[in-house]
Design a protein around this ligand. Structure first.
Ligand SMILES: C[S@@+](CC[C@H](N)C(=O)[O-])C[C@H]1O[C@@H](n2cnc3c(N)ncnc32)[C@H](O)[C@@H]1O
Length: 344
């Protein structure tokens, strides 16, 4: 039996120490840019990224060790589509040695064998993207016929193949101008499946994407839904600021570089996924403490407040939110164990 890293109390205590000292605790990692979908809201499948190399399992082992020099991280594995990487299970195992790997996927490649292997390797949480309750709308947004059905199937497979109650399976939606009304039907699907629901606000910060803001009272609507659906586990502190992000064009100050950062498929560390052209260093060639210092310098000089995506929104609500106890309570719901054969 493979030890489940989520039970590693030493790692959890070190993580809590970093959290209390407001250090780096969350890393987004693009393993590769290859993707089998052509989502209208994303451009990682476009020409500019197509020929970038992917990270190997050996390189990810180096990343895991080097990040551990500054403490355990929540490492969000993305891309591109991470399940297209042939060494994904090895990569998760390498990251889980010191960190808490989580993953976002479109669900298209999920099988019971892969789901089991990923959880056995130490994956803590997997979120499957689903933006519309109407299958046709979701398939059109992803430019992939059958994407909706694949995503629902993946959620069921994943939930049934967890190997430890602390491992969580979420549906995650990007909130835009045309899908706020889809959230309640999506929440009902989550309830039927016994899984939980997260969301993130659409960002136009990378490339040249159109603005797609939902209605300005989006926070009130989402908080109302959260009150009525316990499967909706996004933090209240995060949801409360959606309307501000819409009316003010973002939320500031941004704490990327201090509490979170991005690593791309070449090992470059940047403030965030939308700033890939301005690295603070490379994890394979530079000293980790030097990179950490440079990330903090970039954080202090960063005027950007353009997005309110869930990676920064959740961490910042916990660290700097107005009602820390309420957010902590929500965080407990977001991460509490779900019995292996049970439902949330
Ligand atoms: C870039 S994708 C990579 C993982 C995987 N291919 C997927 O589709 O879930 C990671 C997450 O970002 C979301 N996303 C894509 N474009 C976005 C945008 N412009 N703003 C906010 N989130 C976005 C996706 O829906 C997905 O939930």
């Amino acid at each position: 039996m493979i030890a489940i890293p989520t039970r590693d109390w030493g790692k959890k205590l070190r993580f809590a120490g970093s959290f209390l000292r407001r250090r780096l605790v969350h890393v987004n990692l693009q393993l590769l840019y290859t993707c089998n979908y052509r989502c209208r809201i994303c451009d990682f499948w476009a020409e500019a990224y197509r020929d970038k190399p992917r990270l190997s399992a050996a390189q990810t082992t180096v990343i895991s060790e080097k990040l551990n020099q500054i403490g355990p991280q929540i490492i969000s594995i993305g891309g591109g589509e991470p399940t297209l990487h042939p060494e994904l299970v090895e990569i998760v195992r390498a990251l889980a040695r010191h960190h808490f790997p989580v993953m976002i996927s479109n669900g298209s490649m999920m099988t019971p064998v892969l789901a089991r292997a990923l959880f056995q390797a130490g994956m803590v949480e997997i979120s499957i993207s689903l933006d519309y309750a109407d299958p046709q709308k979701h398939d059109a947004q992803r430019d992939a016929p059958g994407a909706f059905a694949k995503a629902v199937e993946a959620l069921e497979i994943l939930h049934a193949n967890r190997t430890h109650p602390e491992q969580r399976v979420n549906m995650i939606s990007v909130i835009m101008d045309d899908n706020l009304a889809e959230v309640e039907p999506l929440l009902r699907r989550c309830e039927e499946m016994g899984i939980t629901f997260l969301l993130t606000l659409y960002s136009r910060s990378r490339g040249s994407k159109p603005a797609r803001p939902p209605a300005a009272d989006v926070s009130r609507q989402l908080l109302d839904l959260k009150q009525r659906h316990r499967h909706f586990v996004a933090l209240r502190g995060y949801l409360e600021r959606f309307s501000q992000a819409i009316t003010e064009g973002g939320v500031g100050p941004c704490h990327t570089g201090r509490n979170l950062c991005n690593i791309d498929s070449q090992g470059n560390l940047t403030l965030c996924i939308d700033r890939l052209d301005d690295p603070a260093g490379n994890i394979f060639t530079d000293d980790m403490r030097v990179i950490e210092r440079r990330l903090r310098q970039k954080h202090r000089a960063n005027p950007c407040r353009d997005c309110w995506t869930s990676c920064r929104g959740s961490i910042e609500s916990l660290l700097y939110g107005k009602r820390p106890w309420l957010n902590l309570l929500d965080y407990f719901q977001m991460t509490r164990p779900v019995p292996l054969k049970g439902r949330f």
